[in-house]
Design a protein around this ligand. Structure first.
Ligand code: NI
Ligand code: MN
Length: 228
């Protein structure tokens, strides 16, 4: 399968199914694609914040794709005319077409900003998912939590997408602990350098990971892909 970093927290997985996670393209200063460029069977959304929900509705409608999200957020997208599958933390679903998804905890919030109001929309999450014999983990926005070791790390994770930006999520020090707990074969750092508040040195993080752990760290430029 081909995995592409589309900037910020957006990851595209193209295998026997086409999946996009947290498709924040419009207004994302690091994105190199437009929503109309994206082919997707599934849109996985970790939470309602605009830098993750992004172009979910447009991409789902363009492709008649299924949105997978925590129940409250899934319901909202259904009300906007999209096809959606609601889940919740700890739940796993076999889509019977090669894709399995398990929703994981994320220590974060989930809301839509509507003028001066913040409208809460269920819990923030991450996703473990299985496609074409590979196990992938997108942590979403989260602080470090020890169940990464006790629950999520029990799975044999091929690739993990982990935030390192700090301020809103884990920074590089906690992310290094997370990678050690996850024991993933490869980590791709995400959610950094899109804005000044989350500026980080990804090369220093890679040196730390590869110097201290048995994990490969892949730094991807927006639009860059690798084969898994
Ligand atoms: Ni967020
Ligand atoms: Mn975010």
């Amino acid at each position: 399968m081909q995995i592409t970093f589309e900037g910020h927290a957006c990851i595209r997985v193209n295998g026997s199914k086409n999946i996009i996670i947290d498709p924040f393209l419009t207004g994302n200063p690091s994105a190199v694609k437009k929503p109309s460029d994206i082919k997707a069977d599934f849109v996985l959304v970790t939470h309602a914040h605009a830098d993750h929900f992004g172009d979910t509705l447009e991409i789902a409608k363009n492709n008649d794709a299924t949105i997978v999200a925590v129940n409250e957020l899934a319901k909202y997208t259904q009300q906007q005319g999209c096809r959606a599958h609601g889940m919740n933390i700890g739940g796993k679903w076999d889509f019977n077409n090669g894709l399995k998804v398990k929703v994981t905890q994320a220590l974060h919030s989930s809301s839509f900003e509507n003028g001066e109001d913040c409208l809460a929309c269920g819990e923030a999450s991450g996703f473990l998912f299985w496609l074409d014999g590979k196990c992938l983990y997108h942590a979403g926005d989260t602080g470090l939590f020890s169940d990464m070791s006790k629950i999520i790390g029990k799975h044999e994770i091929d690739v993990a997408f982990i935030p390192i930006g700090g301020n809103y999520t884990m920074g590089p020090v906690d992310a290094l602990t997370a990678v050690g707990w996850l024991g993933c074969k490869t980590v791709v750092p995400i959610h950094y350098n899109t804005m000044p508040l989350i500026h980080q040195d990804a090369k220093a993080f890679k040196l730390d990971v590869e110097g201290k752990l048995d994990t490969r760290c892949l730094i991807l430029e927006p639009g860059e892909s690798f084969e898994l």
